[in-house]
Design a protein around this ligand. Structure first.
Ligand code: WTA
Length: 638
């Protein structure tokens, strides 16, 4: 397989080359892609100064990413399975789509999108369960040059509406509902509620999945099957500029509403394919499974784009790890003889808690590589994964990256880089991490700890935040001019291996999902009885971090007080979705604030962790007494 590193010596060699001459390094890799017109220049960029960031890869190159998935792979792989879809309910039959079949479906749906007036550059919101049509819709958008904005199907109507409005999407694609374990989620009715507040939406395409009753708006709603009924399979891919937007994906930051991270065509493509085949050491004929939802970046890059560009067989799973029983993952591994398996530490911890027998009763001998993503993996979970699931013979790739990075950045190469539990190890070729101190000085050498930044662009990096370029600069480039700020703290150990410590900002990683504290506070504050709130993360055995909300309310009757927690949770559910519901809510009479009115979250975090020692200097607080009260009423043993 082209551009696949096969030994540690080769990794070090490539790494060196990639730093010495990044243009040449990436240029050679991009040669293996299919271009309508080659680039004039490999990289033109600035991280600072007027209009920054301004990052252009493969300048003036012309291409279409779907031609690199289909036309480029078709000769060899027409009859090879591209996607294996495993339904929520094991009793329902699976679906296998070959590259040839998937291609036809993509072209057909692309023609359907054109018929309803979707043009190059238009935004299309996707609010779908994990069904093959989600991948088909993404690729159909890419085929015609429309920008997809996928919204995880666990988000609420308000969250969906916010995202649609920010991107001014013309079309939303949803389904009547979606299955998850024993639940059926009424996606169409949630989308209906959202779309009422979205003037830009002209058409709502509805896929039939759960067959539940839905409301119908004539003239706006159209069934997926009706839309494609008389569409043919011929479709010429739109010619895209290397820097034309491929997709927007919303993610949480420290402040304000989620921002639309923008990825463009050529750089993302080159990076997704290169990282996929190298990190997982995918070989022809392997069956690869990433358990993420396509609503998150992991699903974008490592269920759809990376694997399909590589010509891999990628498994897509609709359900949950614990239904019908806690052996579901391992049953699927056995069923399809999975070779590479990629999941999140939170899923591993949840399964550890269910007992070993769910693992040992399935044949996992096909596994060659195990991967994790989304949050630091604790050593106990790593050992269980390594020893019980991988039987000690499968390398674990602990992959560090972000929505903004487009693809994996710091990681072992499976079976090549010697691993250490809980360490993401070494940067991929082309990735130049640095650790900075608070003054922005680079910490050189090993055995240092600091703020993780990148000092050179890589092809998969974000280009802007949708509709607000200044916000992109402020968030990622303003703190340390000339560097991309990741928002994570990290250690470089004595060998030069990286250990990711976690977020240094007000982002909480709940079950590997990024939640901004400000977003949750805004949602809580929508409750009519709430005066003010402060949200922090606290260590949670399964989720990694849980959400702890300290809330000041107006005077309430006893009856109101009894219900307030449930109501606050319902409010968060309504404004964001179940993933952001606080695990702990403490009603307080005041919050620890400085004289200038800033909430001292550090103190709240400490209390949430159950540690009241070492609260630091509280003398600058407006009302130091409030800290005692919060400790007394804390929802943990302090
Ligand atoms: C965290 C997910 C430790 C980190 C692909 C990062 C990790 C955030 C790891 C991005 C890892 C991701 N070890 N922490 N292997 N992978 N993170 O945008 O805090 O949903 O900044 O992208 O997850 O989350 P996001």
């Amino acid at each position: 397989m082209e551009n696949k590193i096969t030994s540690l010596a080769e990794y070090f060699q490539k790494y060196k080359e990639s730093v010495a001459d990044p243009d040449n390094f990436w240029g050679k890799i991009a040669e293996s892609h299919y271009w309508r017109k080659k680039w004039d220049q490999i990289l033109d960029y600035k991280f600072d100064g007027d209009g920054a960031p301004d990052v252009n890869w493969f300048v003036n190159g012309k291409l279409n990413i779907t031609e690199n998935i289909f036309e480029r792979n078709m000769f060899m792989r027409k009859d090879q399975v591209a996607i294996i879809w495993e339904p929520n309910d094991p009793k329902e039959p699976e679906i296998k789509l070959t590259y040839g079949e998937l291609f036809e479906k993509v072209k057909q749906f692309a023609n359907g999108l054109k018929k309803i007036g979707v043009e190059k550059g238009d935004r299309v919101a996707l609010y779908l369960p994990m069904v093959p049509e989600l991948a088909i819709a993404m690729l159909a958008c890419a085929r015609i040059g429309a920008i997809h904005s996928i919204v995880f199907a666990g988000f609420s109507a308000t969250a969906l509406a916010d995202r649609i409005n920010d991107a001014e999407a013309k079309v939303v694609i949803t389904s009547d509902g979606g299955f998850r374990g024993t639940k059926s989620i009424p996606l169409k009715s949630i989308a209906d509620e959202a779309v009422e507040k979205c003037p830009s939406i002209k058409t709502q395409v509805v896929l039939k999945r759960t067959e539940e009753e839905i409301k119908w708006v004539d003239g706006r709603d159209i069934w997926w099957h009706d839309l494609i009924a008389d569409m043919d399979y011929e479709n010429q891919a739109e010619t895209m500029d290397a820097e034309d937007v491929l997709f927007i994906l919303y993610t949480s930051g420290s402040t304000g509403k989620p921002k639309g991270v923008v990825h463009t065509t050529a750089g993302y493509m080159v990076y997704a394919e290169y990282t996929f085949k190298n990190v997982f050491q995918y070989s022809d004929g392997d069956v690869y499974w990433c358990t993420a939802d396509i609503g998150w970046v992991t699903g974008h890059s490592y269920i759809v784009y990376g694997p399909l560009l590589t010509g891999a067989t990628s498994v897509m799973f609709e359900g949950v790890p614990t239904w019908p029983d806690a052996g579901r993952f391992w049953e699927i591994v056995d069923k399809y003889k999975i070779n590479q398996f990629y999941t999140a530490p939170t899923a591993i911890r949840a399964l550890v808690a269910q007992g070993d027998e769910w693992v040992t009763k399935h044949d996992l001998s096909s596994l060659k590589v195990l991967g994790t993503v989304g949050e630091p993996i604790n050593e106990e979970a790593w050992r269980w994964y390594h020893d019980l699931v991988g039987k000690g013979r499968c390398p674990i790739v602990d992959t560090w990256w972000q929505t903004e990075t487009g693809g994996i950045m710091i990681t072992p190469l499976a079976g090549i880089t010697p691993t250490k539990p809980s360490l993401a190890t070494l940067p991929l070729p082309g990735v130049q991490p640095v650790l900075l101190d608070h003054e922005g000085k680079e910490l050189k050498g090993n055995s240092v700890e600091g703020i993780l930044c990148m000092k050179h662009p890589w092809p998969g990096m974000l280009r802007t935040t949708w509709g607000d370029h200044q916000r992109c600069y402020q968030t990622y480039f303003a703190s340390f001019p000339g560097y991309y700020l990741t928002g994570d703290g990290a250690k470089r150990d004595e060998e030069g291996y990286y250990r990711i410590i976690g977020r240094i900002d007000d982002v909480i990683n709940v079950s590997g999902h990024r939640i901004g504290t400000a977003e949750v506070e805004d949602a809580i504050n929508q409750h009519p009885k709430v005066v003010e709130s402060a949200v922090v993360g606290y260590p949670h055995e399964i989720k990694g971090a849980g959400i702890y909300a300290y809330v000041i309310c107006e005077d309430m009757t006893d009856a109101e007080l009894d219900n307030i927690e449930a109501e606050i949770k319902a409010t968060v559910n309504k404004f964001i979705g179940p993933i952001a519901k606080p695990d702990k809510i403490q009603i307080v009479s005041g919050l620890p604030k400085t004289r200038s009115g800033k909430i001292m979250r550090r103190i709240l975090r400490k209390i949430g962790e159950g540690d009241a020692t070492n609260l630091g200097d509280t003398s600058t607080l407006l009302d130091p007494g409030v800290v005692e009260e919060i400790i007394d009423g804390a929802k943990v043993e302090v």
